[in-house]
Design a protein around this ligand. Structure first.
Ligand SMILES: [Zn+2]
Ligand SMILES: [Zn+2]
Length: 184
């Protein structure tokens, strides 16, 4: 599910979600004492400045970086429902932060917006397809960082290890570990 960085609004358009966002904003406008049409237009204007970027994160479907106006969406496989929910969830964060209150996080005002957009506020992210993709990516990215000198047991990590492995014993056999340098 790869995609290039692109304007967020173009992406929403392609996914058919732009009308969803507009309708959601019109629906929720009165909750914040705003005019429906004006509120929806203000929301679209906010989204105009944002960019969508691919994310290779293993544990999150999406996230936003307000400082750089970036919405990051997972490139890992997941169900269409999880993907849609993630996009609307993050867009609700963007809109709430810009139009209603900064730092609202998952508070009641964000929940109102998320619900109006059709995101499930308590979406747990327990998507089986994402879990499988994430586990596969994890093992593909893991490298051997240490090996037991006695039995050959290998310790794998996602990142390089600065641990002094020679000082540690492998519990299972009692022999010491040795660090494995990268690219060997
Ligand atoms: Zn969130
Ligand atoms: Zn061992």
């Amino acid at each position: 599910m790869s995609f290039s960085p692109q304007p967020l609004l173009d992406f929403l358009e392609e996914e058919g979600l732009r009308p969803t966002v507009q309708a959601g904003l019109r629906k929720v406008a009165s909750e914040f004492n705003r005019d429906e049409v004006e509120f929806a237009a203000a929301g679209i204007a906010v989204l105009e400045g944002w960019t969508l970027r691919p994310s290779r994160a293993l544990t999150r479907y999406g996230s936003i970086v307000p400082g750089t106006k970036t919405l990051r969406l997972t490139v890992l496989d997941c169900s269409p429902e999880a993907r849609r929910d993630t996009i609307l969830h993050e867009v609700a964060h963007i809109l709430t932060g810009a139009l209603i209150a900064e730092g609202e996080n998952h508070g009641p005002r964000w929940r109102k917006v998320a619900q109006a957009l059709g995101a499930q506020p308590n979406y747990a992210g327990r998507d089986a397809r994402f879990r499988r993709a994430s586990a596969a990516q994890r093992s593909a990215r893991e490298k051997v960082v240490a090996r037991c000198k006695g039995c050959g047991f290998e310790v794998k990590r996602l990142r390089r290890s600065s641990r002094e492995w020679g000082r540690f014993q492998h519990r299972a056999c009692g022999a010491r570990f040795e660090a494995v340098e990268p690219n060997r």
